[in-house]
Design a protein around this ligand. Structure first.
Ligand code: PGA
Length: 245
């Protein structure tokens, strides 16, 4: 794992945008795995800036997002698809036909997940997968569990995730209880992985991801087995890793 301390959220976001932009420059029709959450917002803003200045072209880029709430359509303002449109896709020249998010509106969980796995596999998996990390070490909606997950699957969100996400909904009852998420194996199939993390509340998860035992109780710890991972952080997220890298 290559750990890069960028000191601040702004510098972390610039570095992540640089890595994503380099991937698009190297392979204009690359497959990007993308993530929602507050952490990548600055990275997406960096990509929009590079597009607006004429240095980045998304016309051939294909994207696959990690997860989506079960029961929400892509037009629902609380859906992850809407978030991606709002934070990135509506501001760059990506072809909407090249954008993929699990279909939260498909109530048939087995079909929705199998369809998504097939699409990611047919695309040849991701050239570069962007990931945030949860305070409990989750990646996508792969929560701490007794075993690592494999393909796309339907998850029951944990109470702590429902509570953390309720800040984005009017009432806690409105937060969906289930989601479709890419599995750990699908994530590991990416040829390069870029993890972004900032803030003190991620420090333990970052330490466990990079230096802890490889156990499904910390889903991100499996990334230690991947040959090509960049972990890009601010000072606070790396505060428990001093002297270790
Ligand atoms: P956050 O979420 O970026 O909103 O902290 C990250 C995650 O839970 O994967």
């Amino acid at each position: 794992m290559r750990i890069i301390n960028c000191h601040t959220y702004e510098a972390m976001s610039r570095k992540a945008a640089d890595i994503l932009a380099a991937q698009i420059q190297l392979k204009p029709n690359c497959v990007l795995g993308l993530a929602t959450g507050t952490t990548p917002i600055g990275s997406y803003q960096g990509l929009i800036k590079r597009y607006e200045s004429g240095s980045l072209d998304f016309s051939e880029v294909r994207t696959y997002n990690l997860d989506e709430y079960r029961g929400l359509t892509h037009e629902d303002p609380q859906s992850y698809h809407y978030f991606m449109n709002d934070q990135l896709f509506n501001h760059v020249n990506i072809d909407p036909a090249n954008v993929h998010v699990p279909d939260g509106a498909n109530a048939d969980a087995d079909a929705a997940c199998a369809d998504y796995d097939r699409m990611v596999a047919e695309a040849g998996y991701c050239d570069l997968q962007l990931l945030g990390i949860g305070r409990n070490g989750h990646i996508g909606f792969n929560e701490p569990a007794d075993e690592f997950s494999k393909g796309t699957h339907c998850v029951d969100l944990t109470e702590s995730t429902i509570e953390a996400n309720s800040r984005l909904f009017e009432k806690e009852e409105d937060v969906p209880r289930q989601a479709y998420t890419m599995g750990t194996q699908t994530i590991m199939n990416a040829r390069c992985i870029l993890v972004v993390a900032n803030g003190e509340n991620k420090a333990q998860a970052v330490r466990d991801m990079c230096f802890g035992p490889i156990v499904p109780a910390c889903p991100a710890s499996i990334l230690q087995l991947h040959p090509n991972v960049f972990v890009v952080c601010d000072d606070a997220a790396l505060s428990l890793c001093e002297g270790l890298y």
